[in-house]
Design a protein around this ligand. Structure first.
Ligand SMILES: NC(=O)c1ccc[n+]([C@@H]2O[C@H](COP(=O)([O-])OP(=O)(O)OC[C@H]3O[C@@H](n4cnc5c(N)ncnc54)[C@H](OP(=O)(O)O)[C@@H]3O)[C@@H](O)[C@H]2O)c1
Length: 249
């Protein structure tokens, strides 16, 4: 049986573009009230125009102290969160600036886990809720020049597994999403941040490994309706990830 989504509230981080924006639209279409957040107010305003009257936005940096609590206070009665805000770093480990490494972990791991932890308190009390964390197919195996990114997504996945076990009795679901390459601003943003002219990942990724953000959004809706631990949007990449974990070398 599908869980009805109409009237339920979801908090979506990183909703000013890409996967977060597409997911907000899909959730609103499914009848959910969306509380969307990111730093760019003009973009959030634009996203919100298509979300319906009961949805709203909260502007801010999810890595800033106190912001996640403020976000949940503004949201009120929350059924689900989609911790999606994240960025990449396209550099060799020998060239890494440790501050950039820490900045990436702050966003991709610590802020997402903080939001999940804060939201879980309300969800446990209500004995219902769904925490969805946007990881990546790269949480399962690493590629060169992306060690910080792969490490952050692997950490997010590992932490979510413990959380899933801890929250099971309270009927709070925990899911991770594992998108393949998705056509968003992600690659441009990562290369700007890394000081490289372009993202070699985007340049070298075959077309069959790239998808539109709407595909991820659709998979998130399915997961909200029928919760499962892991959400994959590409069967071939799912099989490759299993092969990688079996044949470690
Ligand atoms: N694109 C891919 O190939 C791919 C594949 C697998 C997984 N993912 C994951 O998908 C998630 C979304 O990425 P995307 O592809 O949709 O890229 P995107 O279009 O660049 O979206 C990133 C979002 O995060 C927000 N954000 C970044 N830093 C933030 C901060 N400090 N505080 C608040 N919001 C912040 C950005 O908004 P503002 O700049 O307005 O704050 C933006 O809305 C990321 O976690 C990424 O790792 C992406």
């Amino acid at each position: 049986m599908k869980i009805p989504l109409e009237g339920k509230t979801i908090v979506i981080t990183g909703a000013s573009s890409g996967i977060g924006e597409a997911t907000a639209h899909a959730c609103a279409k499914a009848g959910m009230r969306c509380i969307v957040t990111a730093r760019r107010e003009d973009r959030l305003k634009h996203v919100c125009l298509k979300l319906g009257d009961n949805s709203t936005y909260v502007v801010g940096d999810v890595t800033e102290k106190g912001f996640n609590q403020h976000l949940l206070n503004e949201a009120g009665d929350v059924y689900a969160i989609f911790a999606n805000a994240g960025h990449g770093l396209n550099q060799k480990l020998v060239d890494y600036d440790i501050n950039k490494f820490k900045e990436l972990f702050n966003l991709n791991v610590f802020s997402a886990i903080e939001l999940a932890s804060l939201a879980s308190k309300q969800m446990v009390a209500q004995k219902k809720g769904h925490i969805i964390l946007n990881a990546s197919c790269l949480s399962k195996f690493s590629v060169q020049r992306n060690s910080a990114y792969c490490g952050s997504k692997a950490a997010l996945e590992a932490i979510s597994k413990s959380m899933r076990m801890e929250l099971k009795k309270s009927k709070v679901f925990v899911s991770t999403v594992h998108p393949i390459g998705t056509k968003t601003e992600f690659f441009k943003e990562s290369s700007t941040r890394s000081g490289t002219a372009f993202s070699d990942f985007e340049q070298n990724t075959p077309a069959w490994l790239m998808q539109p953000p709407e595909k991820v959004a659709k998979a998130v809706i399915k997961c909200l309706q029928k919760p499962k631990p892991e959400v994959w949007t590409s069967l071939s990449m799912r099989l490759i990830s299993v092969a990688f974990s079996v044949l470690q070398r």
